[in-house]
Design a protein around this ligand. Structure first.
Ligand code: CAA
Length: 389
């Protein structure tokens, strides 16, 4: 039985900052951000969007009434949680109108958690093929203004419907995982921005990729040439390029050229959004499938998931005959239509998020065009609005 990703959709904000403009404001050469980091635009997430609203905005447009009826598992992977106890998935289930008989949980292991969710969802659907699972990676990447990590911020959510006989990608049952206690990136409970040893984290990422990629090939007997393309977690798009380059010595010149050409498609949309932590690998998959017309049904893709702290996994999936039907086909146009904000407007929005305080707060949602928005906090409870309710 084939099980995997049946539908794949994405949501971010309607605002972005231009990376050349940000570089100039930070007294850096624009090419450092555009080429050295590999980012052209960065999503600016306004105070009216959080993990919950981004997740609901990603999933709602792709779900039919039949999907909602069949979903009995919802997993939200995030490291931008809004509560230390209650799962963001509970709010998301309510906003999406899911069945009351649904298991709703939030998972955490930095940028890796959505992959853990996807693998659990796969096992769940194999055991219950008439059911569907919804897995969402939703995050806002925040390092702070004027920090080295700033050009690798961003945010958004990727929603994946997992089912039997999937339209998009049939997942393999084998994978190779590695997890160890590494202090490359973390965020203590009293911090709203990440702590990171940037260079160290980038080196660990490559080490993990090498380990689980080679481990996967050894475990399965698969050859690198069996993989039409490699898709990576993209904290910034140059990171994926560095990892890909580390794998090139394993294949001949023609395969190298082919992987490099496919990678340009895999990073096209991430280049416009920035990091979205848990969802980054899956936005890259979406970018690959939406923009790369050299791929065809039956092609096997290799996927590398990485979460600092650290956990990595390499797994593969087979492209299905009607894969375009399950994709968020309007995404490239939506990204192109976003509104550009100046660096000072971005800084104001960055500092304007709901404060971690007990008092009532109101957020102006008038300029936010999305269906689900965060309107503030009352009696220490977040207030969400569904504009279609
Ligand atoms: N033209 C072209 N390239 C230029 C340039 C110019 N004018 N000026 C500089 N560059 C290049 C540099 O040569 C460098 O390239 P290489 O990495 O290929 O050597 C690149 O631009 C970046 O320059 P620096 O190394 O000087 O940049 P930095 O020290 O200011 O910070 C960073 C870079 C470490 C990635 C930092 O942005 C950061 O800490 N980001 C957050 C951490 C991160 O994303 N880590 C990734 C792995 S962890 C992970 O994957 C989990 C996750 O999501 C966080």
């Amino acid at each position: 039985m084939k099980v995997g990703i049946d539908k794949l959709h994405f949501a971010t904000s309607h605002l972005y900052v231009d990376m050349a403009e940000l570089a100039t404001a930070r007294q850096e050469e624009p090419d450092k951000y555009l080429i050295g980091i590999g980012q052209s635009r960065m999503a600016v997430i306004p105070p009216s969007q959080d993990t919950v609203t981004l997740a609901a905005n990603a999933a709602a447009p792709m779900l039919t009434a039949a999907d909602i009826e069949a979903i009995d598992l919802l997993i939200v992977g995030t490291e931008s949680g809004i509560d230390n106890s209650k799962a963001s998935a509970i709010y998301v289930a309510r906003l999406l109108g899911l069945n009351r008989r649904v298991r709703t949980i939030e998972m955490k292991e930095a940028c890796y958690a959505a992959t853990a969710g996807l693998q659990l969802a796969q096992d769940h659907v194999r055991a219950h093929p008439d059911k569907k699972a919804l897995v969402i990676g939703s995050d806002i990447a925040r390092y702070g203004l004027n920090t080295p990590g700033e050009p690798t911020q961003g945010g958004g959510a990727v929603a994946m419907l997992v089912s039997a006989d999937p339209q998009v990608l049939a997942l393999g049952t084998e994978s190779c995982v590695l997890s160890e206690d590494v202090m490359d990136f973390w965020r203590p409970l009293y911090h709203t921005t990440a702590l990171v040893d940037g260079k160290y984290s980038s080196n660990i990422y490559i080490d993990y990729f090498q380990d689980v990629f080679k481990g996967y090939l050894q475990k399965t007997g698969m050859q690198p040439e069996d993989l039409a393309a490699l898709v990576f977690h993209l904290p910034y798009t140059k990171m994926g390029l560095k990892a890909l380059r580390s794998a090139l010595p394993l294949v001949d010149d023609a395969q190298q050229a082919s992987w490099l050409a496919h990678f340009e498609h895999a990073r096209q949309l991430n280049r416009q959004v920035g990091n979205l932590y848990t969802g980054s690998l899956y936005l890259s998959l979406l970018s690959q499938l939406l923009t790369d017309d050299k791929l065809k049904a039956g092609d096997r893709l290799g996927l590398f998931s990485y979460g600092s702290g650290a956990e990595g996994e390499f797994f593969t999936g087979e492209l299905q005959p009607d894969y375009q039907a399950g994709l968020d086909v309007g995404l490239p146009q939506r990204l192109a239509r976003r509104q550009r904000v100046s660096v000072s407007e971005y800084e104001k929005l960055f500092n304007g998020q709901l404060a971690w305080r007990a008092d009532d707060q109101t957020i102006d949602v008038a300029d936010d065009p999305h269906r689900f928005v965060l309107t503030g906090q009352q009696d220490e409870q977040r207030q969400y609005l569904d504009r279609e309710a």
